[in-house]
Ligand binder design. Structure first.
Ligand SMILES: Nc1ncnc2c1ncn2[C@@H]1O[C@H](COP(=O)(O)OP(=O)(O)OP(=O)(O)O)[C@@H](O)[C@H]1O
Length: 240
């Protein structure tokens, strides 16, 4: 369903309310998020863009529960992350979120299949379910035929597809991606963008992606443009 800036989603997957975050270095305190509020719905790829240092990654990490804001709160799947203790945040992240990073974050010693299976083992799924989910996610990312290779034997694009399969196999409601195409050439960047968009569409996942990559803008359903810790522009492109 297309989003509109004027229509309020009755069930937003992620809500940021008046987020403020500052970092202090020596005597200098810099406000990185400045009373930022936003609501993000399901089944769409939302892109956070904006100049270097404007607070994109900080926002992503607060929305995903990796960091806490100084003020304000995050409602993720209608639950306040700020009302949870550290253990509950960790469990929430394990069961409901997936992450894709610029640098892939794969374990050098594990095969592609083992990388995908590892979080499923932490989730304490049955062996049968782990096998099923790993098979499906690797196949969906076009990596079934490379599943027995370790990262050193994979190209950058293949590594990122394994990282996406690892996130996808968890069947997360929320998928966060921080500069997922920055380390890739144009062709592989395009493949990764298409896959992220397809996950949002086909699985109803809320995909939130931070990127400078102008190629990603045309693929996003919604683009939030940040500047100086605030959202300057919120452009809704509707479903595509
Ligand atoms: N842990 C930290 N300690 C101190 N300063 C930090 C920390 N994390 C981020 N910052 C500062 O906060 C500002 C915003 O950083 P952030 O990574 O959120 O920006 P960004 O928009 O994602 O930038 P880029 O596009 O370059 O990755 C920067 O000035 C950065 O140096």
């Amino acid at each position: 369903m297309p989003y509109s800036n004027t229509v309020i989603d009755p069930n937003p997957m992620l809500v940021a309310e008046n987020l403020t975050k500052s970092f202090t270095s020596g005597q200098l305190s810099t406000r990185v998020l400045d009373d930022l509020s936003v609501e993000i719905g399901a089944g769409a790829l939302t892109l956070i863009s904006g100049p270097s240092g404007c607070g994109k990654s900080t926002l992503l990490s607060i929305l995903s529960g990796l960091q806490a804001p100084d003020h304000g709160r995050v409602l993720a799947l209608s639950e306040s992350l700020q009302a949870m203790d550290a253990k509950r945040v960790e469990a929430f992240r394990l069961h409901h979120t997936g992450f894709v990073f610029q640098g892939f974050n794969l374990f050098p010693a594990l095969t592609a299949r083992e990388q995908v299976q590892l979080p499923l083992q932490y989730m304490r799924l049955s062996a049968q379910e782990i096998t099923r989910r790993a098979d499906e996610a690797l196949a969906e990312m076009g990596m079934a035929h490379r599943q027995h290779l370790r990262p050193a034997a994979l190209s950058g694009g293949e590594k990122q597809r394994v990282a996406i399969a690892r996130a996808l196999a968890k069947a997360p409601a929320l998928l966060f991606a921080d500069e997922p195409t920055s380390a890739l050439d144009a062709a592989n960047g395009q493949i990764v963008i298409d896959l992220l968009h397809r996950i949002a569409r086909n699985h109803g996942t809320t995909v939130l992606c931070v990127s400078h990559d102008p190629r990603l803008i045309s693929h996003a359903d919604r683009v939030l443009t940040m500047e100086d810790g605030r959202i300057l522009d919120d452009s809704d492109r509707g479903a595509r």
